[in-house]
Design a protein around this ligand. Structure first.
Ligand code: HEM
Length: 540
């Protein structure tokens, strides 16, 4: 009896392994057939079909494919991809579980994928976690859905409000909201701060960012001691961390039952957030919308589109608000990282404070968004954090068979865009391992003598005025192409305001630098991260 059972189990395991291998091997070997112009033919329209091999790569194993190759790089998969590129070249294929993957490791290839082939490379992976985070359906999410007409519509709807142009009325609104919120923030901090003692500052920064986003998009702010608000800010932060982590379940979905508790936690975070958005924001706004008046904010624009456009559903707008309000976690985590690097390199904080003081000392005022262009070192520090943390670009998926750099890419292939290699390569940066904001600065074109009215706040180094380097082709923190980040102006604007308003009033340091643990390849910090010491500046 026992022997029969053992043989049956063995036969099942063998059957699973063989089926898995056949499946993986088929994906590994499959060629892509694409039409090309017939060079011999005199008729320009005549097409012939050519078979394209997939990019080279290691032979996959049954069940796991090539996942074992990244075992050493669990926390730094893109460093692993960079290592593998030394063996297989700048473009290579892998198999994770049963899924074919392509990794591209230089700027030309990245452009070929995201710009030239954007139309067929704009899907997203079908991970279970992505569905669970968005009410069971990842197409509800702007960042995790496949490309579609609805997505185009959602992006257009969001663009005006969520990508405010410099000196537009939306930009000025952002500035005002950010500055006012930092006044609330400062009062709250004073209540909590014990001089010289470290403070867990992350929740407070996230609440400030959360309020900036909800005021900007929904004209609504919440008290810092509002328990529901505190909870959703915390849950958004948990989700930001979660989304930035890889998970074995993504490529081995049969592990799902073993991670049921984790998945339930994710479902609870996102459903609590949605309930909050529904009850505390949308419900009473729906009653008050006046279609004859211009839109006050993003929520008005969404509610208007709900009434005017049959394709837009209530779900669409709830999830869009969730996506965009949730952007505050990215900004909060980014600011925390900047503060961490300032705690590690005190001279960086001092140089930012020099820029702040040059602007504010005469007029004794808050820094606002109009000051951003005269604070190049501050912006360079934010960019250096973006470079140094090298936040990964969300993976893309080929929605049709296509060809990249002469290699066939089969439909469903997940494409990893290795921007880590761009950010860390000695070909692109001098001494890339060094944290140095100056790399984002260059001599100012305007070398006019420094004005004497105190308004010139440009950092001077050996009497040379510096300005921010713009359009560095290999620096792509927000990606390029069809699915580029919609929130980048909000990141720059609100991130800048939070940072300068903190440094205007406080010196930032740490009593124990060893507590500052920063994971490479990620902007996300754990919800419970390091404390910092905020010391009021003498001049304030
Ligand atoms: C430091 C902060 C941020 C960084 C580094 C960042 C970076 C990125 C990157 C790399 C992508 C993927 C682009 C691609 O797949 O090619 C992306 C997508 C996206 N981001 Fe951001 N982002 C940040 C903050 C924000 C904020 C604050 C918002 C909204 C308020 C936002 C909204 C979005 C959306 C909606 C997408 C999806 C666009 C699409 O797939 O069509 N992001 N972001």
């Amino acid at each position: 009896m026992f022997a029969i059972l053992a043989y049956t189990v063995l036969a099942i395991i063998l059957g699973v392994v063989i089926t898995s291998y056949i499946n993986i091997f088929y994906g590994f070997k499959r060629r892509v057939i694409q039409p090309i112009k017939n060079k011999k033919s005199t008729q320009t329209s005549e097409l012939v079909y050519q078979k394209f091999k997939q990019a080279p790569g290691p032979r996959p194993w049954p069940i796991i494919g090539n996942l074992h190759l990244l075992d050493r790089y669990r926390d730094t998969p893109f460093a692993g991809f960079t290592e593998l590129a030394k063996q297989y070249g700048d473009i290579y294929s892998l198999t994770f579980g049963h899924t074919r993957c392509l990794v591209v490791n230089n700027l030309e290839l990245i452009r070929e994928v995201l710009n030239e082939n954007g139309k067929v490379m704009s899907g997203r992976p079908d991970f279970i976690r992505y569905h669970k985070l968005f009410g069971g359906e990842r197409s509800n999410s702007l960042a995790l859905c496949d490309w579609s007409q609805l997505q185009q519509k959602r992006r257009n709807l969001a663009r005006r409000h969520c990508s405010p142009r410099e000196s537009s009325s939306f930009y000025m609104k952002m500035s005002q909201i950010g500055c006012e919120e930092m006044e609330f923030w400062n009062r709250e901090l004073k209540n909590q701060l014990i001089p010289g003692e470290p403070i867990q500052i992350k929740p407070l920064i996230l609440k400030a960012c959360g309020n900036m986003f909800s005021q900007y998009m929904c004209s609504q702010r919440f008290d810092y001691d509002d328990l529901e608000f505190q909870l959703i800010v915390q849950y958004f932060d948990e989700i930001f961390w979660e989304i930035n982590q890889g998970h074995p379940m993504d490529f081995l979905p049969w592990l799902y039952p073993f991670y049921q508790r984790h998945v339930n936690k994710i479902i609870n975070w996102s459903s609590t957030i949605r309930k909050f958005i529904m009850e505390r924001i949308i419900c009473h706004r729906e009653l008050n919308i006046d279609l004859d008046e211009p839109d006050r904010d993003f929520t008005d624009a969404l509610l208007r589109s709900l009434i005017e456009d049959k394709e837009v559903s209530r779900n669409t707008i709830i999830f869009m608000l969730e996506d965009f309000i949730g952007g505050h976690s990215a900004v909060g985590n980014l600011v925390m990282l900047v503060l961490a690097y300032i705690a590690k390199h005190q001279e960086i904080g001092e140089r930012i404070q020099e820029e702040i003081d040059a602007i504010t000392s005469e007029e004794n005022r808050q820094v606002n968004l109009l000051d951003m262009n005269t604070m190049p070192y501050t912006m360079a520090t934010i960019f250096e954090v973006l470079r140094y943390s090298s936040s990964p670009i969300v993976p893309h998926v080929a929605t049709e068979d296509t060809v990249i750099s002469g290699y066939g890419v089969t439909m469903g292939t997940i494409v990893f865009i290795n921007n880590y290699v761009l950010n860390t390569s000695e070909k692109n940066w001098i001494n890339p391992k060094e944290f140095n904001p100056l790399r984002f600065l260059e001599k100012s074109i305007d070398q006019s003598p420094k004005s004497t009215d105190g308004s010139d706040s440009g950092i001077e180094s050996d009497k040379v005025k510096l300005q921010l380097r713009k359009n560095i082709p290999h620096f792509l923190p927000f990606s390029i192409g069809k699915r580029t980040c919609i929130g980048q102006n909000l990141v720059r604007g609100f991130g800048f305001l939070v940072l300068v308003n903190i440094l205007q009033r406080y010196n930032v340091s740490s009593n124990d630098l060893s507590t500052i643990k920063i994971s490479p390849e990620s902007l996300a910090l754990p919800a419970n991260c390091f404390p910092l010491v905020l010391t009021p500046r003498n001049s304030i």
